[in-house]
Design a protein around this ligand. Structure first.
Ligand SMILES: Nc1ncnc2c1ncn2[C@@H]1O[C@H](COP(=O)(O)OP(=O)(O)O)[C@@H](O)[C@H]1O
Ligand SMILES: [Mg+2]
Length: 373
């Protein structure tokens, strides 16, 4: 499933989860104590990886878990069956229980087993006749039913939660909350990559999920956490690397989760191509150039996206160059709007004392490189 030495593009396996250990502990404790938690941050910073690790730990502790990803759903029915399957997996050990139950040949061979396993859950082979709304209503109740019947605690994770309304209509949040708030043995972990939407959903008085979950910031992965991981990984393939070189890699990527993995990966392939077994600064630079070339189309798309926002682009260049983000000949209000726009697009983020930083340090470098041409 995970190809390559450095996993890229999806949740990482346990052994490749760098840093954030204390945060994982804290999340596990909170969820097991019954607290609901909301985490938000730009894409590719490691939310899903983090949540999977939390669920692994919760499961290890003997609790039930379920996770669903709204990016994968396009309808109410998708969501309902996805959630039911995720819940039933705790009892059946099978991720597509409902599908299996619809398959006539399978029913003959394993139908009895399932009928017995699920008989107290009001779920039977006839579930397919239910309307989408009935199915969804059942799905939303299922975590509560399961935990009561099995005397278990359960943690349910919703990924890309801001997409719920697209999938199941605008009333879904009220509907969900009405079920969730009476489930005493279930904790919910909400993840979302649209920060503005997620914050509104959980902190606006008018929203159904107002104050339903504790909102926690996701800590960065520190250089001190990256360096030993990088050294160990290369060493595992009999490739040597000095600490100072590993530090340089993290400096170039800015420690951004996916960009750091990507840079390491490009360096690794450069070594393979030349049959070399030492990561030097030259290889690091070569890997960096290759990573930049591969990222360029993505960065260009982002730039195109803000292209017609004159001030946004200007502010972005100013920030990249380490200059004042309130340029002299731009009205401060216009500059502020541009900054807010860039934050809403998860291109920059607010730091302490009113300063701003790029979410992806390599994007900053890209802007400087292209600017100078
Ligand atoms: N804790 C981590 N340690 C190492 N790499 C990570 C970590 N979190 C994320 N990554 C890198 O970022 C990629 C995207 O992670 P993912 O969890 O899917 O992010 P998100 O859910 O925020 O979009 C992973 O494939 C991996 O390359
Ligand atoms: Mg994700």
């Amino acid at each position: 499933m995970y190809r390559g030495l450095f996993p890229l593009g999806g949740p990482v396996p346990e052994r490749d989860l760098v840093g954030r250990k204390g945060f994982v502990d804290s999340l596990v404790n909170r969820l097991l104590e019954g607290q609901n938690v909301m985490l938000t941050g730009p894409r590719r910073i490691g939310k899903t990886s983090l949540a999977y690790e939390v669920l692994r730990r919760v499961k290890e502790d003997g609790s039930y878990t379920a996770s669903v990803d709204f990016f994968r759903f396009s309808s109410k029915k998708d969501f309902a069956t996805g959630l039911i399957d995720a819940c039933l997996e705790n009892r059946t050990g099978i991720s597509k229980t409902l599908k299996l139950m619809q398959d006539k040949t399978k029913i003959l061979t394993s139908g009895a087993k399932f009928a017995i396993k699920l008989k107290d859950l009001e779920i039977s082979l006839g579930y397919a006749k239910k309307s989408d709304d009935e199915l969804l209503d059942f799905a939303l109740q299922l975590p509560g039913i399961l935990t009561e019947k099995d005397k278990k605690h359960m943690v349910v994770m919703f990924d890309e939660f801001q997409d719920t309304a697209r999938v199941a209509g605008p009333d879904i949040f009220k509907h969900m909350r009405s079920h969730f708030q009476i489930q005493t043995q279930v904790s919910y972990l909400f993840l979302g990559s649209k920060e503005g939407m997620m914050n509104t959903l959980f902190s606006d008085r008018k929203e159904a999920f107002y104050r339903f979950a504790t909102m926690l910031p996701i800590p960065n992965i520190t250089d001190a956490e990256w360096v030993p991981y990088i050294i160990e990984k290369f060493n595992s393939r009999d490739i040597s690397i000095k600490k100072s070189v590993a530090k340089e890699i993290v400096k170039l990527s800015g420690g951004h989760p996916q960009d750091t993995m990507f840079l390491c990966s490009e360096i690794y392939y450069a070594l393979l191509e030349t049959n070399s077994n030492t990561v030097t600064l030259e290889y690091t630079e070569l890997g960096y150039d290759r990573a930049m070339i591969a990222l360029a189309p993505i960065f260009d798309t982002v730039l195109d996206d803000i292209g017609n926002r004159l001030h946004a682009r200007r502010v972005l260049y100013q920030l990249a160059a380490g200059k004042n983000v309130y340029p002299e000949n731009v009205h401060p209000n216009a500059a502020k709007r541009a900054i807010d726009f860039l934050i809403s697009k998860a291109i920059i983020e607010k730091k302490e004392k009113g300063s701003y930083a790029f979410v992806e340090p390599m994007f900053k470098q890209y802007i400087l490189l292209t600017e100078n041409q």
